[in-house]
Design a protein around this ligand. Structure first.
Ligand code: PLP
Length: 404
């Protein structure tokens, strides 16, 4: 018997040689995670306040989530949507409980959930135009929005760095000023079918929509028979201290998209559409092989179980206020370094006065992982299980970096 050991090339070399070069990755390889911490392949410990870009709601390897996914992996992983599976039905029931009477379509990512919204808007436009296709199809989106990288979602994302190189885009998207109701109202015409907006613009600097603006959009949509569609991919699933961010403004949309935190790390996305709108989709009009697969839905159910058992959303709401106050105090102490602190719950942007790349690298060296948002904002996304002590630690690490 041979006892030859197969040695793997270094991960960095494998990425350099074989992985598509479409990301600017940090120069570390993450090998393991537990709770709010991850460890790199050299054994270095980091407090992970990037949360896989708002995905790791329960942190890493939460025991309830692990047990549920392991159990499901040993029972039934995938069946496609040719058949029912118990987990999809139950997860849909529980999400409808949070979103309101309606129905859920399951997919695998945020961009796909937005594609479903965009297709829904086309169907609504046809219904609105008395069954005539191509008369009412326009979607009004916001300037600086981010809705994803697939063609429909990218076409709804008016950012040169994202759209450049991919023309022609999907037609029918027009763009108004975020937080400016008049600007949205001014673009409504008889070709308009829907409005699509993020309750907090998460990729262009953490810009929350005001409650008045969201309420105004709700009225505008109701008045003109437009669908109000919210992209809650980043803001949903408890991240802002409510299950959906729109609850802060008391606004119920006609449809919304979610993903990220929903699977606690398992890829899953979903669209909710309210009663009376969900029925626009008929068999065969939309679908995806993996959507709502038993293992992804088991992960989603485990996330919701932990939310309920550990009272996580209420905890995010309660703990985020002193954390935000501490960050604002730090900003007041270093006005030449920190320009602003914005956000809701555990979705916070620290806008820096200067280049953020060196700050993010220094934070990493000091043991804190964060993301970026737009050109000048550090995006801090603690797992929803983060404790008060860990939140306070993140402020101290940031203080250490801005003080240098
Ligand atoms: N919409 C918003 C608001 C997002 O933040 C993202 C991802 O960052 C997306 C859509 C796209 O989601 P995904 O990357 O899962 O396709």
């Amino acid at each position: 018997m041979s006892n030859t050991t197969i040695t793997r090339p270094a991960t960095a070399d494998l990425y350099d040689a074989y992985v598509l070069q479409n990301y600017a990755r940090a120069p570390i390889t993450l090998a393991r995670g537990n709770g709010t911490h991850v460890w790199d392949d050299a054994g270095r410990d980091y407090l992970d306040f990037s949360s896989g870009i708002a995905v790791s709601a329960l942190g890493h390897c939460h025991p309830h989530w692990v047990a549920a996914v392991q159990r499901q992996a040993a029972e039934l992983i995938h069946v496609s949507n040719l058949y029912r599976n118990p987990n999809q039905g139950e997860l849909a029931r529980r999400l409808v409980g949070y979103a309101g009477p309606g129905r859920i379509f399951f997919c695998n990512s945020g961009a796909e959930a937005n594609e479903a919204l965009i297709k829904l808007s086309r169907l609504h436009g046809i219904a609105k135009a008395g069954g005539v296709e191509g008369k009412s199809y326009k979607v009004i989106c916001a300037k600086n929005a981010f809705h994803g990288r697939t063609f429909g979602a990218m076409s709804a994302t008016p950012q040169e760095k994202i759209q450049k190189g991919f023309a022609p885009l999907v037609p029918g998207f027009v763009f108004a000023e975020f937080n400016n109701l008049k600007s949205f109202a001014g673009l409504v015409d008889e070709q308009t079918a829907a409005i699509l907006i993020e309750p907090i613009q998460g990729e262009s600097g953490i810009n929350p929509a005001t409650p008045e603006f969201l309420r105004g959009l709700r009225e505008l949509c109701t008045k003109h028979n437009l669908l109000l569609m919210l992209d809650e991919i980043q803001t949903g699933i408890g991240r802002t201290g409510k299950f959906f961010c729109c609850e802060h403004a008391g606004v119920r949309p006609d449809a919304l998209s979610m993903a990220k935190g929903l699977g606690g790390g398992m890829p899953i996305g979903a669209m909710w559409a309210r009663e009376g709108v969900a029925e626009l989709f008929h068999a065969g009009q939309h679908g995806t092989t993996f959507g709502g697969t038993p293992i992804a839905c088991a992960a989603g159910l485990a996330v919701l179980d932990v939310f309920e058992k550990e009272n996580l959303i209420e905890k995010v709401s309660r703990q985020s206020a002193p954390w935000m106050a501490a960050l604002k105090k730090l900003a007041a102490e270093y006005p030449q370094k920190i320009a602003d602190v914005r956000g809701i719950g555990y979705l916070v942007g620290v806008q820096m006065a200067n280049d953020i790349a060196p700050v993010i690298a220094k934070l990493r060296e000091a043991g804190l992982l964060v993301a970026s948002s737009g050109n000048n904002t550090i995006r801090v996304l603690p797992p929803l299980v983060a404790s008060e002590q860990e939140l306070a630690k993140s402020v101290e690490i940031l203080r250490g970096v801005v003080a240098t």
